[in-house]
Design a protein around this ligand. Structure first.
Ligand code: SAM
Length: 226
């Protein structure tokens, strides 16, 4: 299991995050983990407007983006199909700690099967109208579904520390996984990432993090498949 160097710490909006010794970075924004998850990933990808979002996530981490999306779809009665890749899974005890108070039945079922799933290399849980599949593998070498996702959440650690999930080849494969009209969202606004997304055939928009309520964050990217 992936070690963390501290117990969970509160970010600016009170939601919890942990620090990764492997990457030397926090799993989510210190300026507000839950706010970033909602603004950049859920709303950036427009998953909150889709009647039945199909989400492909790079880096399941603490499961925060999943919980944000699940709360949204459960709240409006939408069907959710979520596929996440995670190369270095955290222990179930860490996921439990950062999600204390979470009562969604699918999340609780996930916590129960998490350790067996990481040992098996994959897990799948369904509850009501939501399905989650987590593949415990390096996404840069994994098969991705073609033309499937209405939303891609590109949420690796930074391009400097976690380069394999930001290469032009990887961005092209993520673009290929999007259905027409689907949107990729990522917190990075690095020039190389923007150029890679454009080269992958996506229409890229820079959004201002500050205007979206993300204090301390300059810009993030939303990339739409024509
Ligand atoms: C910033 S954290 C993701 C936070 C997560 N999206 C959440 O909502 O809690 C980045 C995640 O990407 C994972 N990761 C890094 N490189 C990867 C790779 N090549 N394949 C799959 N997962 C990877 C890390 O282990 C880490 O869990």
């Amino acid at each position: 299991m992936e070690p963390v160097s501290t117990s969970p710490q509160a970010t600016a909006d009170g939601s919890l995050s942990v620090f990764s010794p492997r990457y030397g970075e926090w799993y989510s924004s210190r300026h507000g983990a839950a706010r970033q998850s909602r603004t950049v990933f859920l709303e950036g990808s427009a998953a909150h407007l889709h009647p039945a979002p199909r989400v492909l996530e790079v880096g399941f981490g603490l499961g925060l983006n999943f919980r944000t999306t699940l709360a949204d779809t459960a709240g409006r009665g939408a069907v959710l199909d979520y596929l996440a890749f995670e190369a270095f899974p955290l222990a179930a005890s860490v996921l439990r700690e950062v999600s204390a108070g979470e009562e969604n039945a699918l999340w609780l079922a996930l916590l129960v099967t998490w350790d067996a799933g990481t040992a098996a290399g994959e897990l799948s849980v369904s509850e009501g109208r939501a399905t989650l599949r987590v593949v415990f593998a390096d996404v840069s070498a994994a098969d991705l579904p073609l033309g499937w996702a209405s939303a891609v959440y590109l949420d690796g650690f930074s391009p400097a520390r976690n380069p394999e999930v930001w290469t032009p080849e990887m961005l092209a494969r993520l673009s290929a996984s999007l259905a027409p009209g689907g949107q990729l969202a990522t917190y990075s606004a690095a020039g190389a990432v923007r150029r890679g997304l454009i080269a992958a055939g996506l229409a890229v928009e820079r959004r201002r993090g500050r205007a979206a309520g993300l204090v301390g964050k300059g810009e993030f990217l939303v990339a739409r498949k024509p």
